[in-house]
Structures are given as C-alpha cells and as structure tokens.
Design a protein around this ligand. Structure first.
Ligand SMILES: NC(=O)c1ccc[n+]([C@@H]2O[C@H](COP(=O)([O-])OP(=O)(O)OC[C@H]3O[C@@H](n4cnc5c(N)ncnc54)[C@H](OP(=O)(O)O)[C@@H]3O)[C@@H](O)[C@H]2O)c1
Length: 324
C-alpha cells in the first residue's frame, strides 16, 4: 500500500507525514538532535510551550535556515498553546511567547494542546497546589479559546490551527466555529484509535500520532508511579518478526504501520542513527497479512499511555477528554 508523504492542507500547504518529536529533551541534547534531524531530512518538527525548549529549537532552526527563505519554506513547524493559556484573553500572550522563542516569521501549525486548563500563573506552566495536585481551572471554554485562536491567523504569524488530545464530541463542537486542520493524539500499535480516526476522517481532519513508538520515558515514569506494566512495543514478537523479514528495525515497522493506518507520526529520538532510521520508512511496505497482524494488537483505550495521570486533578475537569 503506497502512502503519500504529506497531508495536503486546505490551502495546499503540505504537512509531512513523518515529523520529529522534541518532548522530554534537555536543551543541550535537543540542539544536537535537531541538527541531526534536519540533516536526516525531517521537515516537520513538533514542539510546545509546555516542553520549555522552544528557544533551543529556535536556535537550531536559525542556524539551519540562515537567510535562506526557501529553506524556511520547506519546513513545517508546530507548536502548542499550553494549558495555562487556554482562555481567550491569554491566547495572544502565550502564542507570542512561543513565536518570540522560535524566532520564525511564521509558525506553520499552532495547536490547542489540551482541552482542560490550569490556572494562569506567570512564569509557571505547571502550577501545583501544596498537595502536589495541579491548579486546575474548571471553567475552561474551549469554544471561546478556539475563537481567539482564529484571530492569530489574521496576524500572518500562524498559517494553520489545530488541536490535540480532543475527543470526537469536542472536535465536532469546534467544527461549528472552524474545522481544526489537524488533530494530534496518541496513536500506536497498542492504542490505534480506530473510532477517533474514523470520526476525524469523516470531518476531513488529518491525524498526527504522538508517542508512535510507545513513549518509553513516559511509560517508565508511570510504571514507577503506579506499578502498571507497559509492554515495550519495540520488543513485541510480531513486530520483531516482521522487522526481521524486511531487514528493518522494529521502530521502522511501528512507524510504517502508522503510515499505512492513515496517520502522520512524530517519533522522538536523540540518537543520530535512530533519527535517520525513523525517517527511512518510505521504501518498503507491509503486506496485507503483516498489516492485519499488527492491526490485531490494538488494545483500544487500555493501550493508552498518556492519560495525563501525571497531572493529578485534571481528570475532574469537565473537558477531560478520555473516558475509560
Ligand atoms: N500533544 C501531546 O500531548 C503530546 C504528548 C506526547 C508526545 N507528543 C509529541 O510526540 C513526540 C513523540 O512522542 P514521545 O516522545 O512521547 O515518544 P516516542 O516517539 O513514542 O518514543 C520516544 C522513545 O523511543 C526511543 N526511540 C526513538 N527511536 C527509536 C528507535 N529507532 N529504536 C529504539 N528506540 C527508539 C527514544 O529514545 P532515544 O531518544 O534514545 O532514541 C525515546 O525513548 C514527542 O516528542 C512530542 O513532540 C505530544
């Protein structure tokens, strides 16, 4: 099954279906990783205000682009409105902080990171109560935030607007104002999001899969906290067997599966060899039997890793998107 290398957006801009993730990467490591990713051919790079690394990414991008406008045009840079900015009167301020740090004339895609919000505490993107729970603001109105985000497009500083971590009902609510141009959600072999992908597809919204390799760092952190075990997706027998047959790495099989599943994917790595391998997924295909075998590994909601339990208290928010 051949897969296009881009999602073509409504104005004909192209969002590459393999992108580079930057979450949980320290500044010194990130700069080198972004250099390696750009050299390896990645054009789509994903960041967020909440990752607290946009200035470092901006530095690496500046070095890569120099004065070459064409080099800038080839890239597709994504950032996200953090939970503290999820209220109409603060959208502009939070966006501007990302915009300044990235140092670009425009950002290609700006996403509402989550449908819940934290209290706005200047200088603290993850404000906590003394008991360690998050300072959650229960009054979030995602429709008002979405309306305020639309105004960013008028400034020319952002070309496309989308959302992340939303469910089908929330997507439909936002579509009444304007269709999100992208939905970024957790998708991998153990949480394949089949109903949500079908719903987004019928609304004409492209899906970008985050944690496409099973987010080892997050899975390890949650496992230590809760005792729950998260199987290593790279070590699943079916994945390893198919990888051997194709002479590919397990990560390449997981990513190729997602492409054939109809979504884009933004794997994160800090290792130049793995960074290169993760984008080399265009010159082989999974056959129908292999695809179906991997499709059957889906655990649905039980396979979800990023349930935001690390933000204690958000599950009580009326817009918390995931239901067991
Ligand atoms: N919108 C949201 O709420 C949200 C949430 C989570 C993530 N994201 C985005 O999605 C991106 C990707 O998700 P993620 O970072 O959670 O996890 P991921 O990409 O599923 O997994 C990253 C892990 O896999 C390892 N890895 C990468 N390539 C590998 C390979 N070829 N072989 C073996 N191991 C490999 C990395 O280690 P090494 O670095 O050592 O290679 C790292 O430990 C994030 O960085 C972020 O940009 C968005």
């Amino acid at each position: 099954m051949s897969v296009p290398e881009y999602f073509v957006l409504d104005n004909e801009d192209r969002m590459p279906r393999i992108g580079f993730g930057t979450w949980q990467t320290s500044d010194d490591v990130l700069e080198k990783a972004v250099d390696a990713a750009l050299k390896a051919g990645y054009k789509h790079i994903d960041t967020a205000r909440a990752y607290e690394n946009e200035a470092t990414l901006g530095k690496a991008l500046k070095r890569w682009i120099g004065d070459d406008e064409d080099k800038r045009k080839e890239l597709f840079i994504v950032s996200k409105l953090p939970p503290g900015g999820n209220r109409p009167e603060l959208v502009e301020e939070y966006f501007q902080a990302s915009y300044n740090d990235l140092g670009l004339k425009y950002i290609d895609m700006y996403l509402m990171h989550v449908p819940f919000s934290f209290e706005h505490v200047p200088g603290d993107l993850h404000p906590k109560n003394p008991d360690g729970s998050m300072k959650v603001d229960l009054t979030t109105d995602i429709v008002s935030t979405w309306k305020a985000m639309q105004k960013l497009k008028d400034s020319g500083k952002v070309r496309h607007l989308g959302v992340s971590n939303m469910n089908e009902e929330q997507l439909k609510r936002l579509c009444e104002i304007a269709k999100p141009e992208c939905l970024q959600v957790e998708v991998h072999i153990l949480c394949q999001q089949k109903p949500l992908i079908a719903a987004a597809s019928s609304l004409g919204i492209p899906i970008v899969a985050y944690s496409p390799l099973g987010s080892k760092a997050l899975a390890d952190m949650l496992s230590t906290k809760t005792g729950r075990e998260y199987p290593s997706q790279l070590d699943l027998p079916a994945v390893k067997e198919i990888a051997e047959k194709h002479g590919r790495t397990p990560a390449q099989i997981l990513l190729r599966y997602l492409l054939q599943h109809g979504v884009a994917a933004i794997p994160k790595s800090t290792d130049p060899t793995r960074i290169q391998q993760n984008i080399n997924v265009w010159d082989f295909e999974l056959n129908e039997a292999e695809f179906n075998e991997l499709r059957s590994l889906d655990q649905g909601e039980n396979g979800r890793i990023c349930d935001f339990s690390f933000f204690r208290g958000v599950e009580k928010h009326p817009e918390f998107p995931f239901k067991k």
